[in-house]
Design a protein around this ligand. Structure first.
Ligand code: B12
Ligand code: SF4
Ligand code: SF4
Length: 381
């Protein structure tokens, strides 16, 4: 069978199995990306979640020696939640970013790529394929850009003409020399809405992110969050969508093609108070299927405490006092103390003072002192 014919069959099959966009790229070295990664490393702008060495991340032959081309896929996810519950006084809610709505996309994309690989294998028995979604060494975005899936926006996301940037990406390196697709032209133009809207100024310049300042990264860290970021977190318990929400290319974009990615509002916009003392088993049952639970429950609970502080939710005070006094994890006790101070009721301040007498951990004691500092701020205001 001729490569072009096979390519056409692959495109049709991809559509059948729920792949929204597919593109083909050469497996050449990603030279521009290599330079960029070196620069990002020097500047300490990387998140630390990236896998592999710079060579492995930019030289497909290191991952599959017989690599000839790369097939890139994109699958659209919703941007609006149907029947989203209101975050009301006394019943405040957190928010998981859209990329964590529904089932974990890693499983969904991997399953579709495996199917595609089996299809190719049937047609070309000596085909060698290697499938990757997010956790592989390659930059899914650089591959997608080269394969004509979309262009790389100033917010660093791949923006497709059809589905905006609310798409997951994955790829398959293969030894078949497919005919490459043409890239999509960059159409950000003079727009810089994403850069202006970013709460932490993490988009240093168009297409360059300092991941260390990006809220999407910060929500996934496990230690104490620096104070300046606590004031920027809002109700985000996982991830951040701001630079995509403001993007004109996402205007009116809201695809509900795949039932797997339909959010359960009670899970993706969960009530905050019940999250504070959720058991490991309940957490696994409720949040385990989400991609956003990969770092476990601690970062999400820390963020939930900060979100309650952000809302100044007085009804959360008794539960937060329990957490501050009894949770075995210093990050959780300390963050509870800080957020109690931020809420600033008399009961909250009295409880911090009381807890300080028994607290042994220096970092937690420091957070308690900072929590009490809100009292002077409240009085002078
Ligand atoms: C590490 C990582 C993060 C880090 C760092 C993100 C970043 N921008 O680098 C953190 C934790 C912050 C993060 C956050 C998010 N992530 Co993330 N993340 C990754 C991961 C694992 C690696 C990315 C990486 O290597 N970055 C290093 C940078 C330097 O490279 P890059 O962005 O991949 O590639 C681009 C740039 O290098 C640029 N470039 C290259 N050379 C040059 C030269 C010049 C001059 C310029 C201007 C640019 C430029 O072009 C490349 C192609 O666009 C990928 C999965 C993967 N294996 O690729 C997912 C991935 C990028 N994340 C994804 C998503 C969905 C998100 C979030 C939207 C999740 C959320 N809602 O919270 C946010 C978006 C934040 C943002 N503005 O990027 C998707 C992106 C889908 C899309 N449409 O683009 C990916 C591809 C996962 C997936 N398989 O679907 N993520
Ligand atoms: S994800 Fe949020 S914090 Fe990160 S660059 Fe976009 S707007 Fe800024
Ligand atoms: S907000 Fe504007 S500058 Fe940013 S990615 Fe979208 S179109 Fe490009």
């Amino acid at each position: 069978m001729r490569t072009e014919e096979l390519q056409q069959e692959i495109r049709e099959y991809a559509k059948e199995i729920g792949i929204d966009k597919i593109g083909f790229a050469a497996a050449d070295v990603f030279s521009e990306l290599k330079e960029r990664l070196r620069r990002q490393q020097e500047l300490e702008y990387q998140s630390g979640f990236e896998k592999g060495s710079i060579e492995e991340r930019t030289e497909p032959q290191r991952l599959l020696p017989e690599a000839q081309s790369i097939i890139s896929i994109a699958i659209a996810y919703p941007s609006r939640m149907k029947n989203a519950p209101k975050s009301r006084k006394g019943e405040r809610r957190g928010l998981f970013a859209r990329a964590s709505w529904g089932l974990d996309y890693h499983d969904v994309l991997r399953e579709r790529l495996e199917k595609l690989s089996a299809f190719i294998q049937e047609k070309v028995p000596d085909a060698v394929n290697k499938v990757m979604v997010d956790t592989g060494e390659l930059s899914d975005r650089a591959v997608a850009e080269r394969a004509g899936i979309g262009f790389s926006g100033k917010n660093t996301s791949i923006i497709t003409p059809e589905f905006g940037s609310f798409v997951y990406l994955g790829e398959m390196i293969t030894n078949i020399p497919f005919v490459p697709d043409s890239p999509v032209e960059d159409s950000c133009g003079d727009c810089r809405k994403c850069m202006d809207a970013c709460p932490t100024g993490a988009i240093v310049e168009g297409g360059q992110l300092n991941a260390q300042n990006c809220i999407a990264f910060l929500t996934q860290t496990k230690g104490f969050l620096e104070d300046e970021y606590r004031f920027k977190l809002g109700n985000r318990v996982y991830g951040c969508d701001t630079c995509q929400q403001v993007c004109p290319k996402n205007k009116g974009i809201d695809f509900h093609i795949h039932p797997e990615f339909e959010p359960d509002p009670e899970v993706s916009k969960p009530k905050l108070i019940p999250m504070l003392r959720i058991s490991n088993r309940e957490f696994k049952e409720k949040f385990g299927p989400l991609s956003g639970s990969w770092r476990g429950k601690k970062p999400i609970q820390r963020n939930a405490l900060i979100a309650l502080g952000h809302y100044k939710d007085e009804t959360a005070v008794p539960e937060m006092i329990e957490v501050m006094k009894n949770d075995p994890r210093p990050v959780i006790r300390g963050t509870a103390a800080w957020s109690l101070g931020k809420i600033g009721t008399e009961e909250a301040f009295a409880a911090i003072r009381e807890a300080m007498e028994l607290e042994k951990d220096d970092q937690v004691l420091f957070e308690m002192e900072k929590g009490l500092e809100f009292e002077t701020l409240t009085i002078t205001n």
